[in-house]
Unconditional design. Structure first.
Length: 366
């Protein structure tokens, strides 16, 4: 702390400053462009939901043959966040904040993301590629966050967490290393796509390094799309949003340069044009992310910091991906499925019941 008269001002590190957040956004945007240029699907340099889905398929949790691949980016993000947390002494094993509820929230968020075909980070990358369907998704995402904030203001809470054993904190870093071993050794029980999005990927070492860099930066800057919009609405703070605006600008410029920018709704890569369900899918993701305290990227980062509640959420998302593909809930690039539409409505009802039950609304009405 620095004293200035009777006032105390806290020193802010570079990564916590606006310049640091903009720098991180620029790096994420550039890395996303590089990964696409080296083999990742278009507008999918990063997608936490899609990459967790691919990893779930590779492990045999679902048998959708076109989306099966252990994504090194996910491994790298976890290890990058873990390393950054160790360096800054942010690694703090803790948990116990309604883990079962968080597991089912993870499932719900994944179902919403696979209705839209992307997490909040991919939504931003799609906007940078000219995909106007992602603008519809963004509106839904903001609306969902707005509903979540209403319940936060009414006292919604999943209760406090507690300090846990060191082993709990190392669960996700150890899991990441095991996944890396499976990816490199390619045992017979691991599935790899021969066509489709799962077969499109940059070289393993490059994807891993890029993931580590993004994980490190996201941990240091606290990058979170849901958190950025929440902070803007609740506290009038723009800092986190600057990072994502920078990602849009960098990827838009890069896509123009590479000839990949395509403004419009139709024929966008790994995307459908059903506006209602793009809206509702991301509405579900936004609402769920606020209740969880962070978007899918933030949950992955927190799991690398030793937060076992976020680890449970990530596992919930992976199971959610398996459910989505085993029961024809996930959308295709052509259209959403009827099962997916029913699942999204059920999940929205689940979030509404959960939000009311865990807030002060019932007590106020009584």
């Amino acid at each position: 702390m620095e004293k200035n008269g009777n006032l105390q001002t806290e020193k802010v590190s570079f990564f916590e400053s606006k310049k640091g957040i903009i720098f991180a956004g620029a790096v994420v945007g550039i890395i996303s462009l590089i990964l696409v240029a080296l083999g990742n699907p278009k507008n999918m340099g990063f997608c936490i939901a899609c990459f967790e889905r691919d990893t779930a398929g590779a492990l045999g949790f679902h048998r959708a043959e076109i989306v099966q691949y252990i994504r090194p980016e996910i491994i790298g993000i976890i290890l990058g966040a873990f390393g950054a947390a160790l360096i800054s002494k942010d690694f703090q094993p803790k948990g116990g904040s309604s883990p079962a509820t968080r597991f089912f929230l993870g499932i719900a968020v994944m179902i919403g993301a696979l209705m839209f075909l992307g997490c909040p980070l991919r939504m931003i990358l799609r906007i940078g590629g000219g995909d106007l369907n992602a603008i519809v998704g963004l509106v839904g995402f903001i609306a969902g966050i707005g509903v979540g904030i209403i319940f936060l203001n009414k006292g919604f809470s999943l209760k406090r967490n507690y300090k846990t054993s060191s082993f709990d904190g190392y669960t996700m870093p150890i899991t990441a290393i095991v996944l890396l071993i499976l990816l490199v050794t390619t045992p017979a029980f691991i599935f790899f796509s021969k066509e489709g999005p799962g077969s499109q990927h940059a070289p393993i070492i490059i994807s891993l390094i890029c993931g580590i860099i993004v994980g490190f930066l996201a941990q240091k800057t606290r990058l979170c799309m849901a958190g950025g919009i929440r902070d803007k609405i609740m506290f009038k703070q723009n800092d986190l949003l600057l990072g994502f605006l920078t990602i849009i600008v960098v990827t838009a410029v890069g896509n123009f340069a590479f000839g990949d920018f395509k403004l419009g709704f139709a024929e966008q890569p790994v995307a459908h044009t059903d506006g209602l369900w793009n809206f509702l899918g991301m509405f579900l993701v936004g609402w769920g992310s606020v209740l969880l305290g962070g978007c899918p990227l933030r949950q992955l980062i927190l799991s690398g910091e030793g937060n076992s509640d976020s680890t449970v959420t990530v596992f919930g998302m992976i199971i959610g991906a398996a459910i989505a593909h085993n029961f024809s809930i996930a959308s295709s690039g052509k259209r959403p499925t009827a099962n997916g539409q029913v699942a999204v409505i059920i999940c929205i009802i689940f979030l509404a019941v959960l939000s009311v039950a865990n807030s002060n609304l019932i007590r106020e009405n009584n």
